[in-house]
Design a protein around this ligand. Structure first.
Ligand code: PAF
Length: 282
C-alpha cells in the first residue's frame, strides 16, 4: 500500500489508474478506523479494482467549542488496518495543503445542512461538504462509500453529488454495531466504562420505537416519546434530539406511514453519539 501525502501525487495516481481502465473505489475518513470503516472498504473492494482510503481530520467541520486537537489520530494503526484490508492507496494530506492561505471557497448544501445536527453544530456540514467535494475532485473515484450511521451526512452528500453533477456513484452502507448493538463510532473510545454501559440504551431506544410502531402506534410524538423515555431513564445520557423524519428531506413526519427514519443525538458526558433506524409502515 502506498501512503500518498501530496494532492498532486494523488491526482496523478488517480489519472493513471483511470487511464489503465481501472475502477477507483474511495472511502473518505477522518481516521481512527474501526469495523464500520472497514466494512465500507470491503464493499468498495468488491465493486472497484483500486481502493483509496483518505485519512484527513478536517478542521473545517469542527465548531468553536469542539476540540479538534482531541480528535483521535493514529496514522500508523490506520495504515496497518488498511494494509490488512488490501487497500491500495492511503491518502493522508496536510491541512496546509488542503486549505492553503487564501482559501475562500465553501461548498454548502442549503436546507438539509441546517436541520438536526446542523442546528446543534452550525457550520459543521459546510465543512463536510467542502472537504468531500475537494476529495472527490482529487481522488476522482468511480464509487465512494459513506456510512448510514451519519444518515444526515449521507443524505447531504447524495444531494451535493447530484446538484454539482459530480460523476461518482455514492454508496450508503449499513451501520455496524457492537455486541450490545451500540453503533460503532470513533467517539466511543472517549466513553468511560459507565458511560459505555449507559450508551447501550441508545439502540434499545431505537428498538422501543420500532416496537411501538409494530404494535400499531401511529402518532409520531408517541413514537418519539417511546425512544426518549428509554434514553432519559439513563442518568448518564442527555438527549439532544430524537426525531422521526422523512428520509428524503429530514423533516419531521406528520403521520406514521411509509418510510421513516428515527434519528437521534445523545450526549454521554462531553461525547456526542448519533444513531438512527429505518422504520417502515406499508
Ligand atoms: O464521516 C466522516 O468521517 C467525515 O465527515 C468525512 C465524510 C470523512 C468528511 O471529513
Amino acid at each position: 500500500m502506498d501512503i500518498v501525502r501530496r494532492i498532486l501525487s494523488m491526482r496523478e495516481i488517480a489519472r493513471k489508474e483511470r487511464e489503465s481502465g481501472r475502477k477507483i473505489g474511495f472511502v473518505p475518513t477522518m481516521g481512527s478506523l474501526h469495523e464500520g470503516h472497514l466494512s465500507l472498504v470491503r464493499r468498495v473492494k468488491e465493486l472497484a479494482d483500486i481502493v483509496v482510503v483518505s485519512v484527513f481530520v478536517n478542521p473545517k467541520q469542527f465548531g468553536a467549542g469542539e476540540d479538534l486537537s482531541q480528535y483521535p489520530r493514529d496514522i500508523k494503526r490506520d495504515a496497518d488496518l488498511c494494509i490488512a484490508e488490501g487497500v491500495d492507496y492511503l491518502f493522508h494530506p496536510e491541512p496546509e495543503e488542503v486549505y492553503p492561505d487564501g482559501h475562500a471557497t465553501i461548498v454548502e448544501v442549503e436546507g438539509l445542512s441546517r436541520k438536526l445536527e446542523g442546528k446543534s453544530r452550525p457550520g459543521h456540514f459546510r465543512g463536510v461538504t467542502t472537504i468531500v467535494a475537494k476529495m472527490l475532485n482529487i481522488v476522482h473515484p468511480h464509487v465512494a462509500a459513506f456510512g448510514q450511521k451519519d444518515a444526515q451526512q449521507a443524505a447531504i452528500i447524495q444531494r451535493l453529488v447530484k446538484d454539482l453533477m459530480i460523476d461518482v456513484e455514492v454508496l450508503v452502507l449499513p451501520i455496524v454495531r457492537d455486541e450490545d448493538e451500540l453503533a460503532l463510532s470513533s467517539r466511543n473510545r472517549f466513553l468511560t466504562v459507565e458511560q459505555r454501559r449507559a450508551a447501550g440504551a441508545i439502540p434499545r431506544a431505537l428498538q422501543a420505537a420500532r416496537h411501538v410502531v409494530a404494535e400499531g402506534i401511529r402518532d409520531p410524538e408517541e413514537v418519539v416519546a417511546s425512544a426518549r423515555e428509554v434514553i432519559e431513564a439513563e442518568p448518564l445520557l442527555k438527549v439532544d434530539y430524537v426525531e422521526l423524519v422523512d428520509p428524503r428531506d429530514l423533516n419531521p413526519v406528520t403521520a406514521v406511514e411509509g418510510e421513516m427514519l428515527l434519528v437521534l443525538a445523545v450526549y454521554a458526558g462531553e461525547t456526542r453519539l448519533l444513531d438512527n433506524a429505518e422504520i417502515r409502515v406499508s
